[in-house]
Write a protein that binds this ligand. Structure first.
Ligand code: EPU
Length: 419
């Protein structure tokens, strides 16, 4: 198992490039299952979760060819309807095969994703929506088993705007008979990207990016080319790296429109952000100031940047409050921040962060993908050396992170775990 060692304290300088969005590429690759014809997907980040998704699709019978950031997929001969436990347990996003398999083949058997480090994460809304489209859904022996001769269009009102739930239902509705209207759906930019890809394949979708999406089913989809949008969570992490180190960096390829709520808070902390056509410049010359942040569905502050924001709060002047409303268990990074000297008290969904002048390097352990990124940011700002173990979490969603940060002058190295 690898570790990341960081010697903190160097302000970052230079240009850092944003990769394609993991959470956009995952449903887009899964959507290849919806029909034959070559799909060419560009700007796919080379991270562990995408490798797992390619593996799952190959197992189902999709011909997947990866050439750097380009993935070619041909799903003419899908032979299996089963996403097995061994793959689903390593990547929850395997649930994204459920809607497409059911719509295309009339059957899907997907291992029920368990809870994870950030919460219990049920998929009841995915299942309820598919049942409303006429599927017979059973959960038995740890598997979701869904069947439908042909899905039928329906009106579905979601209790909560679940991201992958919205994506599963959109994909399923593409091949259903008649019209499906989905209400209270997720408005994340990744949904818009998925719908853009589906539309290129011949799907009829209206309203992506709003809380109501209408899909008119078609009998089949064809091949298409699509370029995945830039990763807003990676971009936000880089902006925060510039902010926490007090450097001057250019985050290239960052779509500033996707980060409105994040930029507002970072500016409130005293960081200068200059929006440019090709990205954003980040500078800081005064100490960071405390802020109050609440995570919310898009366009609110993303839960996927909560741990990173808490690293900034730890060294800001004054007392900050972080409220996590999306996942009940997403404060696992707090005890690790404590090891670096941070003053954070958790009370239910709230964390009260009393800023201190500087964190101190320590041995810490990553508990999930975004918690790892939070620890990297803390390490960049800390005095001395921080050694982060279990960085396989980081590798699930950040492409060449140590190389990218190293090019900005950060002292970051990947080393083999000796334990
Ligand atoms: N929820 C339910 N029932 C459902 C579905 C969701 O109760 O059927 C609850 C969840 O338990 C959670 C909330 O709704 O409390 C939001 O969950 P959502 O379904 O929106 O999350 P997700 O689709 O499983 C995606 C991202 C996550 C990101 C969340 C929230 C992908 C592949 N994953 O997960 O990304 O945190 O949306 O924005 O798109 C990450 O990249 O590190 C990551 C965890």
């Amino acid at each position: 198992m690898d570790q990341i060692h960081i010697t903190g304290g160097s302000p970052l300088h230079g240009v850092i490039e944003v990769s394609g969005a993991k959470n956009s590429a995952l449903p887009i690759l899964a959507a290849s299952l919806l029909g034959g014809g070559e799909c060419i997907v560009d700007n796919v980040p080379q991270v562990r979760d995408l490798i797992t998704m390619a593996k799952l699709l190959s197992l189902l019978g999709v011909d997947v060819q990866t050439e750097g950031a380009r993935v070619r997929l041909e799903a003419r001969n899908v032979q299996s309807v089963e996403a097995p436990y061994d793959l689903v347990k390593t990547m929850r996003a395997s649930i994204l095969a459920l809607g497409p398999l059911l719509a295309r083949l009339g059957e899907a058997k997907v291992s029920l994703p368990g809870g994870c480090a950030i919460g219990t994460r049920p998929v009841n809304l995915h299942l309820k929506g598919l049942a409303m489209m006429g599927a017979e859904v059973l959960v038995e022996h740890g598997y979701i088993h869904a069947k439908a001769t042909r899905l039928k269009g329906a009106r579905i009102d979601l209790d909560f705007p679940t991201v992958t739930g919205t994506e599963n239902l959109i994909m399923a509705a593409c091949l259903a008979t008649g019209t499906t209207s989905l209400h209270n759906v997720a408005r994340e930019p990744e949904i818009i990207d998925l719908c853009a890809f589906l539309a290129k394949r011949g799907a009829k979708i209206l309203g992506a990016g709003t809380d109501t999406i209408t899909i008119e089913g078609v009998s089949e989809l064809h091949g298409a080319q699509h370029t995945v949008m830039p990763d807003r969570v990676e971009a936000g992490t880089f902006v925060m790296a510039g902010a926490i180190t007090g450097g001057d960096i250019m985050v290239q390829g960052c779509l500033t429109d996707h980060l409105g709520a994040v930029f507002t808070k970072i500016q409130e902390m005293g960081v200068q952000l200059t929006e440019r056509s090709d990205g954003v410049r980040v500078r800081r010359s005064a100490p960071l100031q405390a802020v109050e942040v609440k995570t919310l569905p898009y366009p609110g502050f993303p839960t996927d940047l909560q741990a990173q924001m808490m690293a900034l709060m730890s060294v800001a002047e004054g007392t900050s409050i972080m409220t996590e409303t999306i996942f009940e268990g997403r404060f696992q990074h707090v005890p690790e921040f404590h090891r670096m000297g941070a003053s954070i008290e958790v009370d239910g969904h709230h964390a009260v962060v009393k800023g201190i002048p500087t964190l101190t390097g320590a041995q810490v352990m990553a508990s999930d993908l975004r918690a790892s990124a939070g620890l990297v940011l803390a390490g960049l700002a800390a005095e001395g050396e921080t050694m982060i173990s279990r960085v396989y979490h980081l590798d699930r969603g950040y492409e060449r992170l140590e190389e990218k940060l190293g090019a900005l002058g950060a002292q970051v190295a990947r080393v083999r775990d000796v334990a």
